[in-house]
Design a protein around this ligand. Sequence first.
Ligand code: NAD
Ligand code: TDX
Length: 333
Amino acid sequence: MRMLVTGGAGFIGANFVLSTLATRPDVEITVLDKFTYAANPHTLDPVAQQIRVVRGDIADAIVVDPLVAAADLVVNFAAESHNDRSLEDPSSFVDTNLVGTFTLLEAVRRHGVRLHHISTDEVYGDLDLDDPARFTEATAYDPSSPYSATKAGSDLLVRAWVRSFGVAATISNCSNNYGPYQHVEKLIPRQITNVLTGIRPKVYGDGHNVRDWIHVHDHNDAVWTIIDRGALGQTYLIGADGEVDNLTVVRDILELMGRPADAFDFVTDRPGHDRRYAIDASRLRTELGWTPRYTDFRSGLADTIDWYATHRQWWEPVKAGVEASYAKTQHTL
Ligand code: NAD
Ligand code: TDX
């Protein structure tokens, strides 16, 4: 199988490329990535001889068209992915998440190639802390941030291309990922690398916001399950019953790293900060038989801490810049 992996140099896409190479020798991989700030140019170095890497923009039809024509399947991980950045400057989110997905859809339509589109649970908006409900595939879209609104728009484009043009596509909406190779702007790697560099972890607002954590390997395993057995035109939610509030995440990190559990700061809240996400992944579990393997969050967190502690050269070059940028808007409460 010839696979085009867009965004394959980012956090989830690179983990997908590495695990696919390790487990599926029959898959030929081409990565299309713009190598934005979010891509670490060295992540794919160890497998550079086994894949083709093209530096380019998914919104550039001239680049996209021949790559799609030469593929049997496109898996679209490429996106602007960070909520905080989308609040500072939303324009690249519209370009990549909306125009980029549109450009891929037109190419797969032209060449009759299957697409799997990677999306997020944030398209459903948020839930109250005391609401027993969880998101399902039937939940109405209600995104809050420029990031989640552009991801919601990209999903709706995929659905429209399926219905109007018969494009062979599937969509997955996953909850919050953690694991190796995640950019240090995101909650878990930011706090781990804060502790490793002598900075106190930073918790937004009151810290009671809940995220539904899943290990990136479980996410990618579910993506493969959908590629192998998913029904064309269908949407699947991916989650591993991992609801944890941010205060607990930060206290767990501090404890696992041998620091006092209260050695963190509360800082300025994120504008429009979603309160809680929670996924009901019953369709994926019952119809496709998928189950997560990393079900012990603290042990997954301990492995992730270990990875950042032993891969300082991977994140150190960008750490100071990320903190300097956050310091412009975030102040200790
Ligand atoms: P990331 O920011 O780490 O990586 C994104 C990658 O896309 C980078 O390599 C970047 O260079 C590339 N890219 C950006 N714009 C591009 C463009 N115009 N053309 C080509 N490449 C471009 O993001 P991630 O966390 O790996 O997320 C991957 C996908 O998974 C995204 O679609 C995101 O919405 C979705 N998702 C992420 C999470 C999470 O917790 N991180 C959860 C659910 C869904
Ligand atoms: O320093 C921080 N302190 C803090 O309290 C950071 C960076 C975040 N937070 C909070 C905000 C959120 O409640 O932690 C939570 C997680 O924040 P992020 O890591 O920025 O993730 P989130 O906004 O939940 O979005 C993530 O999951 C869904 C990904 O970035 C998205 O791409 C994905 O769609």
